[in-house]
Design a protein around this ligand. Structure first.
Ligand SMILES: *Cc1c(COP(=O)(O)O)cnc(C)c1O
Length: 381
């Protein structure tokens, strides 16, 4: 159990934290997760890599998530130990020898993926094909994605029919998967990719049951607004109507960011104030590591002094992390209260995706202070 507080002012007054504190708002996760589960026309797998903290996984589970997209045996074990009635999927074409076997024998994993003919024999060697579903991962990219996920993995569309037939001949159920990218800014990207899948499937002599359209569903950040998720759901729905899957056919999605981003914030503390800049206790080697990749450049935020909102005139200030690396500066300067000073706290919202997982202890700065905020009226910035 993690510590809990009613709201942020309480947390700040009671603990005046020196270390960064990462706050889970379960009611916010509950809302955004249910919205996704009800809106997406198919089965929803949470991509564990986006945020693998047990408290986040449990919160998503409580909101109704039962399927988990895992990339390693460690992720499969993590999820299996947290929820006995969940289904884990081993959706990485790269695996250590023996891991597919233990995933199946110890955790009843039935879904696997390959993206090349060479991946089939070693996989079949470790699993029972008759009770397994093997996805062929297809490379598709769309210019609207902030990160291309087809540069590393995926067979070309023209190789897919042969790959699906080889899977089917092995005795496993053949299925198709793709990933348009991460942070996909145009809902039509899914329509486009499903169209590619439809054309490919016409060249396959049997129907498949499962089409996994991957992750990539974006969230808005300051300076980087994206369309509402509902537009992605209807774009997907429209395109899927033209697909010919089996009668019990199903779409799958693997959202990571869309499920993990909304319900978490990071509370940081100002350690030093200079006229045009501040230094805070977290940075690009900590919770803000994703900002190094220059998709979004900032998070929504608010400032507290002695547990109360600090408002009034603002000015532009550069924000630096605590390490000795001069690159450790947030990529966007922020409009902050003119008199912000040492001991004030800045809470950054919408920070649940690609933040906790991936932070490092570079230079000795690392916080594992994770709490939950219980008042359902509390919202992150
Ligand atoms: C990273 C990843 C996801 C999740 O991507 P988001 O952009 O966070 O939704 C889903 N599937 C696979 C295979 C991935 O590598």
């Amino acid at each position: 159990m993690i510590q809990s507080f009613q709201n942020i002012p309480d947390l700040l007054r009671l603990s005046d934290p020196q270390q960064p504190v990462y706050c889970i708002y379960p009611h916010v996760y509950d809302e955004s997760t249910k919205h996704f589960l009800h809106g997406f026309p198919g089965r929803v797998l949470y991509a564990v890599k986006a945020n693998n903290h047990p408290a986040v996984i449990e919160t998503l589970y409580a909101a109704g998530v039962r399927h988990f997209d895992c990339a390693s045996i460690a992720e499969i074990e993590l999820v299996s130990n947290l929820c006995a009635d969940c289904t884990t999927y081993f959706m990485n074409p790269i695996r250590f020898t023996g891991d597919a076997r233990s995933a199946q024998q110890q955790h009843r994993v039935r879904h696997f993926v390959i993206d090349d003919r060479s991946g089939l024999a070693p996989l079949i060697d470790e699993i029972d094909p008759k009770s397994s579903i093997i996805f062929a991962r297809m490379a598709v990219s769309h210019e609207s994605a902030q990160a291309d996920l087809s540069a590393k993995f995926g067979a070309q569309p023209n190789e897919i029919p042969a790959l699906l037939s080889a899977i089917s001949n092995s005795g496993a159920e053949a299925a198709l998967a793709f990933n348009v990218g991460s942070g996909v800014e145009d809902p039509l990207a899914y329509e486009y990719a499903i169209g590619v899948a439809r054309d490919v499937l016409k060249k396959v002599p049997f129907k498949i049951r499962l089409l996994d359209i991957g992750g990539g569903f974006p969230k808005s950040y300051p300076g980087l607004p994206v369309p509402e998720l509902d537009e992605y759901f209807s774009s997907t729905q429209n395109a899927a109507e033209e697909l010919s899957l089996t009668d019990d056919g199903e779409l799958l999605a693997e959202p990571g960011r869309a499920l993990s981003a909304p319900g978490m914030s990071a509370i940081t503390r100002v350690l030093l104030r200079k006229p045009d800049r501040i230094y805070i206790n977290d940075g690009l080697y900590g919770i803000f590591w994703e900002l190094r990749f220059k998709a979004h450049l900032q998070y929504p935020f608010r400032v507290f002094r002695n547990g109360q909102l600090l408002e009034g005139d603002t000015r532009t200030l550069r924000i630096f992390g605590p390490t000795c690396d001069s690159e450790d500066e947030l990529p966007a300067a922020l409009q902050l209260p003119v008199d912000i000073d040492v001991g004030d706290h800045i809470e950054f919202g919408n920070i649940g995706a690609y933040s906790l997982s991936g932070r490092s202890d570079f230079n000795g700065f690392y916080s594992d202070n994770i709490v939950s905020i219980t008042d359902p009226h509390s919202r992150p910035p």
